[in-house]
Design a protein. Structure first.
Length: 235
């Protein structure tokens, strides 16, 4: 049976059981194999823009004897996906700008999906902002710490939401309301980083760094507000 890293397992856990899956940027095809092997999804399409990753995925699918249930397809994002053949799409392990491009380039196709599972490696606030402003509702969020890196991820469905605050865009509305323990660690780390940078600036007196110092103070105050409000921390 396929075993996944902590990050990929958390992504797989966001997929609604019983939905037909398409994994965009599948790389080795690990997530489709994991889900089909455990009969959590009836079928999957492993998709990638490059032949190299698809060949690796094909080898892994063949080794697990799942060719009947998992197909592979060369595709730039959702371009070669037929909407009637899938319910759920994963886009994980890529930059936030690419995630947004995948959704916006094939907007009509994306909007007919029942759910999307996203795990951007960067630009997470921009991805949340895009979803919030384009008729997507984030219904589940998770965050894991693996090998010293923090990985936020989300499930979204079609639906309207109130505009997110800047803090909710950066840190995740549901993660904050769930008081997610990994988010707490991340906030504490971000606070330490900002404090260390600020301490270095305090030893300098140039006028040109005043604005940067004020930005750091504001960030520290905002993180401390979130830690007090959602996690009961005292400062």
């Amino acid at each position: 049976m396929m075993e996944l890293s902590k990050r990929l397992r958390a992504v797989a856990d966001l997929v609604t059981p019983g939905m037909r899956l398409a994994d965009v940027g599948t790389d080795h095809g690990y997530v489709p194999i994991y889900l089909v092997e455990r009969k959590l999804v009836p079928s999957a399409i492993a998709m990638d823009v490059n032949e190299g990753p698809l060949n690796r995925a094909r080898e892994n699918i063949r080794e697990h004897g799942l060719e009947e249930w998992i197909s592979t397809r060369l595709s730039d994002g959702l371009t070669n996906l037929k909407i009637e053949e899938t319910d759920s799409v994963i886009a994980a392990g890529m930059g936030g700008g690419l995630v947004i491009r995948i959704l916006s380039d094939q907007k009509e196709k994306a909007e007919r999906l029942r759910e999307i599972i996203l795990q951007p490696q960067s630009g997470i606030a921009k991805v949340r902002k895009y979803l919030n402003e384009n008729g997507w509702q984030i219904v589940e969020e998770d965050m894991v710490l693996e090998d010293g890196k923090y990985y936020p991820m989300m499930k979204a469905v079609r639906g309207e939401e109130e505009p997110y605050s800047e803090a909710e865009l950066e840190f995740g509305k549901l993660l904050l309301h769930k008081k997610h323990p990994v988010l707490k660690c991340y906030l504490e780390r971000e606070r330490r980083i900002a404090q260390n940078i600020l301490a270095g600036l305090e030893r300098q007196n140039q006028e040109r760094i005043r604005e940067r110092r004020e930005e750091l103070l504001h960030r520290i105050e905002e993180i401390e507000r979130l830690l007090r409000e959602y996690f009961g921390e005292a400062f």
